[in-house]
Design a protein around this ligand. Structure first.
Ligand SMILES: Cc1ncc(COP(=O)(O)O)c(C=O)c1O
Length: 402
């Protein structure tokens, strides 16, 4: 006999990592922008696995490509090439400022690779062994491994994990003076999210990013842009930094790149990659043919279905809809974001709204504990966005009358 939902929840609660507190449902399957639990409830998925399921669920081209790849070759290690891996690094370079790519398995691993490359470049190539420090931003989020955790400028994530890896200073986001005060002759790199995601959907201003670029150039520091949440079309350009016209030295990607298959990537130039000599950095799984095929398919579908332009257009629709709701429901205090990475600041009211949205069949989550975050698949239609706004309005109405 199949277990009941309640039984599965109890077993999960007993044996799954105690660091998680999942919502009380068991998800079962998805179709496009809709996701279904095993009890037959359906939800409009505006979480998309936290900005991961870029093509929605069960996309026929991704499913067909992965089925074929599973039966062909899944893994070879980095002792060998596969055509899928070669084509993926070629495609990422063709779309970006980069000449080379280190493929890995998650966002945090892409960040570790970026930090390590920056230090190796400064020490081995630039011959500045004193340039070992990093400046990252307050309210940033870069991941959970110890290097990325030290880079994350939020004390709540550090608590109990000290001592942190030394060498990190934190500057206020969008405050050039503070960055200028923190960057010095010993800075290897500055690390920034073009839009802070987990911190609460805060976009960097164009002036800020351009100013940071100048500060980096003046000090021989590298500029690392963490595009793990913003990248792969989400903000309406392939990289968020394209829309802001700023030149990075290193970029990290993950999340949406594999459309649900774990893939991370760290991109940089030939000159900087000189820091990684043979054997200096590695990974067993990174860039395996299965993951590479997933990412290649995501990139092709993005082009063939015009999904980057769709993210821009649907993002404007979502922003306009949220702003209209903010006029009617003062609980929404600000709307921020770009493309299909949108936030609505609601303070302490955010968590109850997320809960009521679920009752209305709309999945969203909070960022920074106080902001409703909307990061749907890039395949969302005009009708899906209207439907999500209508369901959010119902949730706001229920809460206003309770
Ligand atoms: C901007 C950013 N960087 C890094 C990470 C870490 O990625 P992962 O959870 O895949 O390790 C995240 C995850 O939310 C992120 O949003």
């Amino acid at each position: 006999m199949a277990r009941t939902t309640q039984e599965l929840l109890e077993v999960g609660d007993r044996h799954n990592s105690s660091s998680f507190a999942p919502t009380r449902m068991i998800l079962d399957h998805g179709e496009g922008v809709w996701i279904y639990d095993r009890d037959g409830n359906k939800y409009l998925d505006f979480v998309a696995g936290i900005a991961v399921s870029s093509l929605g669920h069960n996309h026929p081209r991704l499913v067909a490509a992965l089925r074929e790849q599973v039966g062909k070759l899944m893994h070879v290690s980095n002792l060998f090439y596969s055509a899928e891996q070669v084509e993926l690094v070629e495609t990422l370079c063709a779309r970006s400022f980069a000449d080379r790519v280190f493929l890995c398995n998650s966002g945090t691993e892409a960040i570790e690779s970026a930090l390590k490359l920056a230090r190796r470049y400064q020490t081995v190539v630039a011959e500045k062994p004193n340039k070992t420090r990093f400046v990252s931003m307050l309210k940033s989020f870069h991941g959970r491994t110890l290097g990325a955790l030290a880079a994350t400028g939020q004390p709540k994530y550090h608590k109990g994990f000290e001592p942190l890896i030394p060498g990190f200073d934190y500057a206020e986001f969008n405050n050039l003076e503070d960055v200028a005060a923190k960057v010095g002759p010993d800075t290897a790199a500055v690390l920034i999210e073009p839009i802070q995601g987990e911190g609460g959907v805060y976009p960097a201003t164009r002036e800020f990013l351009h100013g940071v670029r100048e500060i980096c150039d003046a000090h021989g520091a590298l500029l690392i842009l963490d595009e793990i949440q913003t990248g792969v079309g989400r903000t309406g350009t392939f990289f968020a930094h394209e829309g802001l016209d700023v030149r990075p030295d290193i970029v990290t990607l993950a999340k949406a790149l594999g459309g649900g298959v774990p893939v991370g990537a760290m991109l940089s130039t030939d000159a900087i990659f000189k820091g990684f000599t043979t054997g200096s950095h590695g990974t067993t799984f990174g860039g395996n043919p299965l993951a590479a095929r997933a990412a290649l398919t995501v990139l092709k579908v993005l082009d063939d279905e015009g999904l980057v332009a769709n993210a821009a257009a649907r993002g404007e629709q979502l922003r306009a809809g949220l702003e209209a709701l903010a006029e009617r429901y003062p609980v929404i205090q600000f709307v921020r974001g770009q493309g299909l990475m949108m936030g609505a600041f609601c303070g302490d009211a955010a968590a109850p709204i997320v809960k009521e949205c679920l009752n209305q069949g709309l999945m969203i989550n909070t960022a920074g504990g106080n902001t409703l975050r909307f990061v749907p698949p890039l395949t969302v239609t005009e009708q899906d966005v209207s439907e999500a706004l209508a369901r959010l309005q119902k949730a706001l109405e229920v809460l206003a009358n309770s």
